[in-house]
Design a protein around this ligand. Structure first.
Ligand code: FPP
Length: 238
């Protein structure tokens, strides 16, 4: 029987290079990436994979040119309003991870709307990381926990892994498999806590070309990995 990851993460990298190689403006790469994402999500939804997290925009991405950031924000605003509405019908819950500030109000409004419209959906979940950083997520969790300790809700000695998990942006299963397209072999601050035991895969293809077939190939790689969780019993995924 095929073993599917319960939670898969996708770092959608290479849009810019995809465009540059075609002598197109970088934004054309992001548009092609956005089109591919929709196709890919429809494909993934047909499989027994309950949770998908995607890295849409990191806190560091705000350092890009003002022109690119603004164009991306407009793309996100429209995408969350129109392009992801098929998820409502498909009973998928959409949630977001990241800090609200300094996302523009138009983007935040459509994020809240999509979250609200899908909040009773499930069990399939799409988690969109936007203005997200894995280290910041832990900083925010530590701050929230410290405030609760200070308010006398529990003692420092009672803090354990569950306490941290309960204070992350979203309650999600641990990541089993993380794919980063474009051949870069870095985690880039993506879901650090959740990926403690994740398998990683770095296909060379740029995100706009990471199609259904490339995704299925990645799944086969996952299914052939041995996951030991620090133990010595070899547990093959397939
Ligand atoms: C990575 O490529 C892409 C981004 C940082 C932008 C966001 C992703 C998309 C637009 C894909 C669709 C997602 C949504 C939610 C609509 P890059 O610009 O870092 O590429 P490069 O490394 O080749 O420059």
């Amino acid at each position: 029987m095929e073993q599917y990851p319960k939670h898969i993460g996708i770092i959608m990298d290479g849009n810019g290079r995809w465009a540059t190689e075609r002598n197109l403006p970088r934004m054309e790469g992001h548009k092609a990436g956005a089109k591919n994402l929709k196709r890919l999500l429809k494909h993934i939804l047909k499989k027994d994979i309950p949770c998908v997290s995607i890295f849409a925009f990191s806190t560091e991405n705000f350092r890009r040119s003002q022109e690119e950031v603004q164009a991306l924000m407009t793309l996100f605003m429209n995408y969350f309003d129109k392009e992801l509405s098929f998820l409502i019908k498909q009973n998928v819950r959409v949630c977001f991870s990241g800090r609200a500030k300094p996302l523009p109000e138009g983007v935040l409004k459509n994020m809240r709307k999509l979250e609200e419209m899908t909040k009773n959906n499930g069990p399939k979940t799409l988690n969109i990381c936007i203005n997200y950083g894995g280290q910041d997520e832990l900083v925010d969790a530590v701050k929230a926990i410290s405030e609760e300790v200070q308010a006398g809700q529990y003692a420092i000695e009672e803090i354990d892994r569950n306490t941290i998990e309960e204070h992350l942006y979203q309650k999600l299963p641990p990541l089993d498999f993380v794919i980063r397209t474009s051949g870069e072999q870095r985690i880039s601050n993506f879901m650090l806590w959740q990926s403690a035991y994740a398998e990683y895969y770095f296909p060379k293809v740029y995100f706009p070309d990471f199609d259904e077939e490339a995704f299925d190939e990645s799944l086969m790689v996952y299914q052939n990995r041995n996951r030991r969780y620090g133990g010595d019993n070899e547990k093959k995924n397939s």
